[in-house]
Design a binder for this molecule. Sequence first.
Ligand code: FAD
Length: 526
Amino acid sequence: MVMSFQFPAYFTAIFIITRVMSIMKISKPLDVHHKDIRAVDLATKLSVDPSAVESASRDFGGIVKAEPEAVLHPSAPQDIAALIKFSYSNSVPFGIAAKGHGHSVRGQAMAENGVVVDMRSMANKRRNGTGIRVSIDRLYADVGGEQLWIDVLNATLEYGLAPVSWTDYLYLTVGGTLSNAGISGQTFRYGPQISNVLEMDVITGKADFLTCSPRMNSELFYAVLGGLGQFGIITRARIPLQPAPKRVKWVRLLYDDFSSFTKDQELLISKNGRKDKSALDYLEGSLLMDQGSPDNWRSSFFPNKDHPKIISLITKHGIIYCLEIVKHYDDRTKHTVDKEMEQVLQGLNYMPGFIFGKDVGYEEFLNRVRSGELKLKSQGLWDVPHPWLNLFIPKSQISDFNNGVFRGIVLERNITTGPVLVYPMNSQKWDDRMSAVIPDEEIFYTVGFLHSSGFDTWKAFEDQNKDIMRFCNKTGIMLKQYLPHYSTKEEWVHHFGSKWKVFQHRKYQFDPRMLLSPGQRIFNNN
Ligand code: FAD
């Protein structure tokens, strides 16, 4: 096995392991009664096994590959702190990337020639619910940064409670989504997941292990939320909970006219008070474009009998816009929810006859993407390249975007078959002190091109993505990338805009040796 390593990589990994042990003053043979047993553990948890290294050099995107020297499988936050401390105090520090579930698409959780921290190892070690602790009295859950949102959902539902802000797909880690934003159809009302955190435990790039909140170490708290992993590794987040609904009324409406579609979306999100019972609980939107099935891997919704009429509509118009809304209900509201939904639908300008509804359990709704994933996995189509592009577009320019991109570039190129999401959010639900960046308008849209491609065809999608970016630059569309990836410092400075100085200052403050999440290529791109 050793022979399969490239010599320098193997050498460095052994060097790291030996140095970690020596810096911790551990000598062989290991003494099980050694007072610093955790340091002993650390060395034994660093792996240079080819399969571990290979797995840490890839992600869901399937486009970028970067090999670390070793992978740390921590069983406790102290292991991570020890690793960071070692690199921080080394004359030649190495990069360290937390890897949540590896669902980034551009190598953001990779650490070339450094060490990847496989956060999920802690979930395994902390099984039996200890990684998710629910406080019923105080309505919050203390959740390990390595935990998957699906596990958070299941654990909190046991107490009839649930967080309020989600992602569409739940097999993502808490640390991974909080490093970006965590958006879905609840964002217009509750804000992104980063707006729904009470406090966190974070290990900074200086190996300081700090609890932070809006009142305690607040600079670190706001830095880390949407901070792209640059300031510290989140080992615990306290997530507020609410009583969970039992079921949902789930409705999709079709539009052939973009302006009616966006007007209705904007009208619906204007009711967005957290406690406003007449507000919707979820709102998204998407494009229907394929001539195959109106369903895609992300969701099967439309009854089979209605497929032909939807397909002929798509054929006629090229693109159909699909508005998707949800209202929760439980035993108390089950007799009134239909009437409430009727009121919501009144005055909307969807195409007559093109309204479709479902009534499903709350958990089934939240976990709606999972069945598509399992189907694709069974067909070997999940682990393919994903040349995704996710953008935030100001409301004032979404119509230009529709004309130039959806009806221009996308229809002309005619290669997009995957889901394309488009739905609005309210800026006021985002906290400007956080690192996440959004357009400078009260309402902005998220647009997600969630392409799956063949191993030989992803470049065509990349070209389309570049075309879209070029078009927006040329026409002055003030977009921000979500899950951003750039290759030059200038682009990053432009991305952060007025937040760049603060972002940079925070980096010097919390990770002065630039150790963390090097795969984002923000401070190490030249
Ligand atoms: P990783 O990809 O492992 O890591 C992402 C970044 O966070 C890296 O820089 C990493 O170093 C850092 N990081 C990871 N863990 C920690 C930690 N504990 N502390 C500090 N930094 C950390 N996003 C949405 O907002 N809404 C969606 O609906 C949505 N749907 C998705 C569906 C699919 C199928 C996929 C593949 C992605 C989706 N995403 C969505 C994007 C997703 O939120 C991001 O890719 C997220 O980073 C993935 O989480 P992860 O746990 O896999 O993180």
